[in-house]
Design a protein around this ligand. Structure first.
Ligand SMILES: [Zn+2]
Length: 387
């Protein structure tokens, strides 16, 4: 079985040693990566969060010119709280041909491999720019990378191809779903449950909207549209949280619930949201208002992530397909930062070592075979952009 070089494994282990759970600072890792890349002559740009506890790093090696390739990854990891690990999650360990540690697959395996090979790219003489885009707070809604992208737009920096190294088992992914999350708060009117018709039951109104959402979910499942390249081939709808009511003998005056659409790139999430609002306002609201004119709904946007849909003959797709052992392309149901790069005019694909199956779980790992494939991928890239 092919193995990654020792230097790659050591560098990944180093990145895992930085405890960069999203709620914590990532500055130690970012400063270390910056020092490493600046030592190679990189031009570095940092964008901070409002408290300056976290930063994105964008570093450019090679000639100062337009275009080039960007290797992109997030530096934050999900928490290990409540998870039963057999090893220290922040101390990488190699066992049974796998490297274990928080972020091994998602996605310090890729970030570490890219950093380990940076000196070799420089030594071979870059003919075009090679960029490193490392973000914070990806795991809590792709927060950090939005500032990084805005900074690039401001500076007029636009890579031709962005490779986002989220775990795809080194397959080239040209599409993923978008995610739009919302909170609906129902304002009703409280009263003694013996006089229920004099109140506006917020829990029941919420339940009717949730049932409507479930109906939408069934419609997409049964009637599509379907895209067979996705593992879940249609847009999905899901309600994840509900809060409301105080006691059985009180008509509840408030209820809120959180729901989301994970939509095919071709489906319009704004239209889906409008459909739900229209149902609530046309079917439920008149009856509520007859009892209490101030009852109604508040809608709040919780998350907005566009879908990714890159042509298979686009720059990054052609480039990446020429660098992998797999010639097939895929689409995935989880979201990544790639769609935000694409939206900003920087075409992006997703390709990285490890499987999403191991992400976010206890005993997260990436196989050494996957790391070797990632290293080979970047070596082939070296032949394209150097010399
Ligand atoms: Zn990730």
């Amino acid at each position: 079985m092919p193995a990654p070089s020792e230097h790659v494994v050591d560098t990944i282990a180093r990145t895992i040693g930085f405890t960069t759970v999203s709620r914590d600072s990532n500055l130690a890792l970012i400063e270390w990566a910056r020092a490493h890349l600046e030592g190679l002559g990189a031009r570095c740009r940092l964008t901070y969060d409002s408290e300056r506890r976290k930063a994105n790093l964008f570093a450019s090696l090679g000639p100062e010119q337009d275009g080039g390739v960007a290797l992109s990854g997030h530096t934050d990891v999900v928490p290990v709280d409540g998870q039963a690990w057999d090893t220290d999650p922040f101390r990488a360990e190699v066992a049974q041909d796998c490297l274990y540690g928080r972020g091994a697959a998602d996605m310090k395996g890729f970030v570490g491999t890219a950093l380990a090979l940076a000196p070799e790219f420089v030594a071979n003489g870059l003919r075009q720019p090679l960029h490193f885009a490392f973000s914070y707070d990806e795991e809590i809604g792709c927060i950090g990378v939005r500032d990084l992208i805005a900074d690039l737009a401001h500076a007029g920096i636009k890579p031709d191809s962005v490779i986002v190294g989220e775990p795809t088992s080194m397959r080239v992914v040209i599409g993923h779903k978008g995610k739009h999350g919302y909170r609906c708060t129902v304002r009703g009117l409280s009263c003694h449950s013996a006089y229920a018709p004099q109140g506006v039951n917020a829990v029941e109104a919420a339940a009717e909207i949730i049932a409507y959402l479930k109906g939408m979910a069934r419609r997409f499942r049964d009637r599509g549209p379907h895209d067979a390249l996705f593992d879940v081939t249609h847009t999905t709808v899901h309600t994840g949280v509900i809060r409301g009511g105080t006691a059985l003998n009180i008509v509840p005056k408030e209820c809120s619930f959180d729901f989301e659409f994970r939509h095919l790139p071709g489906d319009d999430p704004a239209a889906l949201f409008e459909e739900v609002k229209t149902f609530a306002e046309q079917t439920l609201l008149p009856e509520m208002k007859r009892v209490d004119p101030v009852s109604g709904f508040e809608w709040e946007v919780l998350a907005v992530m566009p879908g990714l849909d890159v042509a298979s003959d686009s720059n990054p797709a052609r480039l990446a397909l020429g660098l992998t052992d797999f010639r097939d392309i895929g689409k995935v149901s989880y979201g990544t930062e790639a769609s935000l790069f694409q939206q900003a005019g920087m075409p992006a694909i997703v390709c990285g070592p490890g499987s999403i199956e191991q992400a976010h779980k206890p005993n997260e790992y990436v196989s050494l075979d996957q790391l070797a494939q990632c290293e080979a991928f970047l070596h082939r890239l070296m032949h394209r952009v150097c010399g």
